[in-house]
Design a protein around this ligand. Structure first.
Ligand code: ATP
Length: 354
């Protein structure tokens, strides 16, 4: 039995997370997967109930799960300079060291390119954005008003573990290819260490092809020929930029799911924010949240050796492909007229009908 925590988040999180859970439950039922679901308060609700946006009871409860699905947090509306109103530091607390973001085009949805199917794996604890993980001080400083200095950190462990995740994901995909993106020719030590660890890790995955491309060439190739990429693994800041470029290739935020992964836990969370401008109207697109939930099943299938979770993920993917191709239950941002729950119902229904 798998235990999955549910964190609704704020604003449209209250609308899209229940749709994702609805679809995940339908897929679990069809795949014969036993899941115990438990909801925990976070964000505004966490504060209303326990005086904190990440209540202790939520953090403790999540530790007993196998992974969790988290809605967007409306942090920009939170009061400033109050330590009880913070963006819940889930990545840090649960040591989630990589962000996985797939980018997929659909034949009947507008996108700059067709036949794009890429998974980005971005290291998220090191590089130039260590602020979320340092325990004291920070990676940047300004010794006087004329100079600012920023540091970039790459560790063998950090590079190796993210490379292994990318190789494992590639192994489950038809093309079985990983592109390690860096700039070793210029950053011989930091990018050099990242590249070395990717090469080292790849030796344990002889069925996966590893190629290496510099970050600047990758940025260009993504615009010109994104079809050539399968899985891309890279360091924190390069990944931050490339994943946004990737989302832009296939229609932007509504179509950008994500999974934050660690050694023990994974968290499904869409790329989009809490979109307060459309909250409560029932028009938010649940695609990204549903597909994030699907990624959690994929991860659980791999890490907990649970083929039924892998099967449940495949069922969600097939149902989503069907609903998008049929184009009868799409939300307004995808050119349709369906509400959030109608689109969720359509995907869940497609799973139940097989
Ligand atoms: P944050 O800073 O919290 O990450 P943001 O400022 O980047 O958030 P979002 O909340 O993601 O912004 O919203 C950006 C725009 O995209 C908004 O106009 C919003 O309505 C739209 N949007 C975001 N998510 C969705 C969705 N799931 N369905 C439809 N529209 C969305």
């Amino acid at each position: 039995m798998l235990k999955i925590g549910v964190l609704l988040g704020d604003d449209i999180g209250l609308e899209v997370v229940p749709e994702a859970v609805k679809v995940m439950k339908a897929a679990a039922g069809a795949a014969g997967l036993d899941v115990q679901w438990q909801e925990f308060p976070i964000g505004l609700r966490g504060h209303q109930l326990h005086g904190h946006t990440l209540p202790a009871v939520t953090e403790q409860g999540l530790r007993a799960t196998d992974g969790f699905i988290t809605g967007p947090i409306g942090h920009s509306a939170y009061p400033r300079n109050d330590p009880t109103w913070i963006m819940p530091p889930l990545r840090k607390r649960f040591d989630l060291f990589a962000s996985v973001k797939p980018v997929k085009s659909y034949p009947n949805l507008p996108s700059i390119h067709k036949n794009v199917d890429i998974v980005f794996v971005r290291e998220t604890t090191e590089g130039m954005q260590t602020s979320g993980t340092v325990v004291a001080g920070s990676g940047e400083f300004r010794p006087n008003d004329e100079i600012s200095i920023g540091m970039r950190v790459v560790t063998r462990r950090g590079a190796n573990r993210v490379a292994r995740e990318a190789l494992e994901i590639a192994r489950t995909r038809p093309r079985k290819k990983v592109t390690a993106v860096h700039k070793e020719a210029t950053y011989r030590l930091v990018c050099g260490m990242f590249a070395e660890e990717c090469r080292k890790a790849a030796k344990d995955y002889p069925d996966v092809t590893l190629e290496e491309i510099h970050i600047d060439s990758t940025a260009m190739l993504l615009v010109m020929r994104p079809q050539q990429f399968d899985v891309i693994v890279t360091t924190n800041q390069f990944g931050d930029i490339l994943t946004d470029e990737g989302a832009g290739l296939v229609g932007g935020l509504g179509l950008a799911p994500g999974l934050c992964i660690g050694e023990r836990y994974a968290m499904a969370q869409a790329t989009h924010g809490s979109a307060p401008d459309i909250a409560g109207k029932g028009i938010a697109n649940p695609y990204a949240m549903i597909q994030s939930g699907k990624m959690l099943y994929e991860w659980l299938g791999r890490k907990r050796n649970e083929p039924k979770a892998t099967r449940a993920a495949v069922l969600i993917d097939q149902a989503m492909d069907h609903v998008i191709a049929e184009a009868k239950a799409l939300t307004a941002d995808l050119g349709g007229k369906a509400s959030t729950s109608q689109m969720g119902d359509a995907v869940a229904g497609a799973i139940s009908r097989g």
